[in-house]
Design a protein around this ligand. Structure first.
Ligand SMILES: NC(=O)c1ccc[n+]([C@@H]2O[C@H](COP(=O)([O-])OP(=O)(O)OC[C@H]3O[C@@H](n4cnc5c(N)ncnc54)[C@H](OP(=O)(O)O)[C@@H]3O)[C@@H](O)[C@H]2O)c1
Length: 294
């Protein structure tokens, strides 16, 4: 039996989940969604997994509202740590491989060079700690797993939690004449979910288990990302750079979240740049200025 015989996607309605359903469409993936499949209810997961006997379970589901996690760590740990632990155990019990989506927030951002997959975990926030715990708990069920850490996701479906993306928020505010205040002291690799989903398909097909960093290539600050969104959409707006200290937030965020792609390099897969990802996203959303650079 091959890894790709029966693929199931947890959180298929999320922004990454929708693009994963598309990236695996030829394999007719199963959608494991709430309420029939809930990471906080092991019985639902057990029933679905025993009935479907998947060979690969891709988990995008998370409690990932960073500020809420800080205020309410219990539900964050219930989903991101204990729910993932139970899911990994159930996968192991039927011989399925788990591919789990994690985050750049497992690092503290003190580095000034991209984090390799092997860098020690050093989360700053309750969200980051809960995701790091999820990663560590997966490993106790064996070595046949993939962990895919990504960063700054945006996709055509939009985040289920926020109902939108950073780009749409910038363009909406610009259209209403608001001054855009955007942080310039957090360096990230904004990542288009379609590009991330395609890379995850390549990772699964490689059969090479382990931890992978999957982001669009290159990096920018959120302010730089906003400037590029406005430029490519052909929108004039007042964009002002601010420091993250200007935001009243409980959670500490990494100042530098760039992830090295050593795992992808090992399987011979190269990610498009963040500018290419943005271009493709704006095109797919019908937001690209017709004469914008590719
Ligand atoms: N967004 C980012 O910038 C970012 C950055 C780095 C890493 N990540 C990671 O990437 C993954 C995907 O993020 P996303 O932006 O695609 O999220 P999203 O759009 O909010 O989608 C999350 C999906 O998970 C499902 N879900 C939530 N709690 C669940 C539970 N208890 N049981 C079952 N399903 C549950 C949601 O179900 P419903 O359809 O029922 O709402 C939704 O379909 C997450 O693991 C996140 O930690 C995200």
């Amino acid at each position: 039996m091959s890894l790709l015989d029966r693929v199931a996607i947890v959180g298929s309605r999320g922004q990454l989940g929708v693009d994963l359903m598309a990236a695996f469409a030829d394999l007719l993936p199963l959608a494991f969604d709430r309420p029939a499949f809930d990471l906080t209810d092991t019985a639902t997961m057990s029933a679905a997994i025993s009935a479907a006997r998947p060979t690969l379970v891709i988990n995008t589901a998370a409690f990932h509202e960073v500020e809420r996690c800080e205020a309410e760590p219990a539900p964050a740990f219930a989903v991101n740590a204990l729910g993932v632990d139970a899911l990994a155990g159930l996968c192991a019990s039927v011989g399925a491989v788990l591919m789990h989506v994690s985050t750049d927030y497992v690092f503290d951002g003190a580095s000034r060079v991209p984090y390799p997959e092997s860098a020690p975990l050093s989360p700053l926030s309750a969200y980051g700690v809960s995701k790091a715990a999820g990663e560590l708990l997966i490993a106790r069920h064996g070595s046949r797993f993939f962990i895919v850490r990504t960063c700054g996701l945006y996709g055509v479906a939009g985040s289920r939690v926020k109902g939108t993306t950073f780009a749409e928020t910038m363009l909406r505010k610009a259209a209403s004449g608001e001054i855009l205040h955007v942080v310039g002291d957090q360096t990230v690799a904004p990542s288009y979910t379609r590009d991330v989903a395609r890379a995850m398909r390549a990772i699964a097909a490689s059969g090479r288990f382990g931890i992978y960093h999957v982001t669009n290539a290159g990096s920018c600050t959120w302010h730089g990302f906003a400037a590029e969104i406005l430029r490519r959409a052909g929108v004039d707006a007042r964009l002002e750079e601010i420091g993250s200290a200007a935001f009243a937030s409980r959670a500490r965020r990494p100042a530098y979240s760039v992830l090295a792609h050593e795992g992808l390099q090992a399987i011979g897969y190269a990610m498009p740049s963040w500018q290419e990802g943005l271009h493709d996203y704006l095109l797919a959303r019908g937001l690209l200025k017709p004469s914008a650079p590719a």
